[in-house]
Write a protein that binds this ligand. Structure first.
Ligand SMILES: O=c1[nH]c(=O)c2[nH]c(=O)[nH]c2[nH]1
Length: 297
């Protein structure tokens, strides 16, 4: 290895597990998780010399997810499960494993209501997955980042886009009346552990969506996706002191005006062509200044 360095990790990607808890009341609690595990460990000889004697097999890593899920006798958050999995490998093999990174998704199964009453064991799939990244160091400390992926949002008015750069390729007209649609992906990191990860996730999601939509009767005017994104991220930092940084990705999903005068369709903010691609791509990270690493200041 003279003159060479090798960075390496191994694990199992996309382990799918559903965990059901049957409460004595008759109510069932269900989660469906997708767990990717990556460990850093002293296995250089496996790469350089074919010596597997220090490899924790990826098959065993996959089985560990099911074993740990079985051991969780009570419902727990995706974050808490990620920390349990991440710490397991570091604690079980302190001489071999130096760290772990666990990436998790939860499918948005939502309890249904029938005749206005919550169903004991019926679920329907909603939109927007809960996401988590857990990084565990050799000391067992876990750094948790929570998030949401692909939360579909749309409002039919209170959005515009004006006074942007005009050049010889510009055809877009100023407008103060348009549809605003996005598929929100967000993540936020904690400087300290919240009292309850799941409740915190719900509260951050509410802060994001309330700011996107505004009050129920009037809404709130959005002069651009950029401004709305900034206000959404700021609402999270204002409401939650334990959150140190928020990243938002908000594609601008276009609903194009349909103008077909020869068949009697002139656009009056009523008939649109919904599109997926291309879409505007707008993302930003908002952090507290004191949370920025020194090198980035
Ligand atoms: O909210 C918007 N931001 C943009 O940067 C942009 N660019 C564009 O063509 N439409 C929009 N809308």
């Amino acid at each position: 290895m003279e003159g060479l360095t090798l960075q390496h990790q191994h694990g199992k990607a996309k382990v799918r597990v559903a965990r059901l808890w049957r409460l004595s009341s008759g109510e069932h609690r269900l989660v469906e998780w997708n767990v990717s595990i990556s460990i850093t460990s002293h296995v250089l000889p496996a790469f350089t010399d074919g010596d597997n004697s220090k490899i924790v097999a990826t098959d065993s890593i996959k089985n560990t997810v099911y074993a740990l899920a079985k051991q969780c006798k009570q419902e727990l958050s995706l974050e808490d499960f990620g920390v349990i999995v991440g710490q397991h490998f570091v604690r079980t093999y302190p001489k071999i494993v130096t760290g772990s990174k666990i990436i998790l998704f939860e499918k948005p199964w939502e309890r249904v209501s029938v005749d206005g009453a919550k169903h004991n064991h019926g679920f329907m799939l909603g939109s927007g997955k809960h996401t988590v990244e857990v990084i565990v160091g050799s000391d067992g400390h876990a750094k948790v980042t929570s998030g949401i992926a692909d939360l579909a949002l749309l409002k039919t008015t209170q959005s515009g886009f004006e006074n942007f750069v005009r050049d010889k390729y510009t055809v877009l007209k100023d407008t103060n009346e348009r549809m605003l649609a996005s598929s929100l992906t967000a993540s936020w990191s904690y400087s300290r552990k919240p009292a309850n990860y799941h409740k915190q996730w719900e509260a951050v999601k509410t802060a994001l969506t309330d700011t996107f939509f505004g009050p129920p009767r009037t809404g709130v005017y959005s002069p651009s996706v950029q401004n709305t994104l900034f206000l959404m991220a700021k609402a999270v930092l204002n409401r939650f002191p334990e959150v140190e940084s928020v990243y938002l990705n908000m594609p601008n999903i276009h609903f194009l005006p349909v103008n077909l005068p020869t068949v009697g369709v002139t656009f009056d903010n009523d008939v649109f062509l919904p599109t997926d691609e291309p879409h505007g791509s707008i993302e930003a990270r908002l952090s507290r200044k004191d949370a920025m690493p020194k090198s980035k200041l």
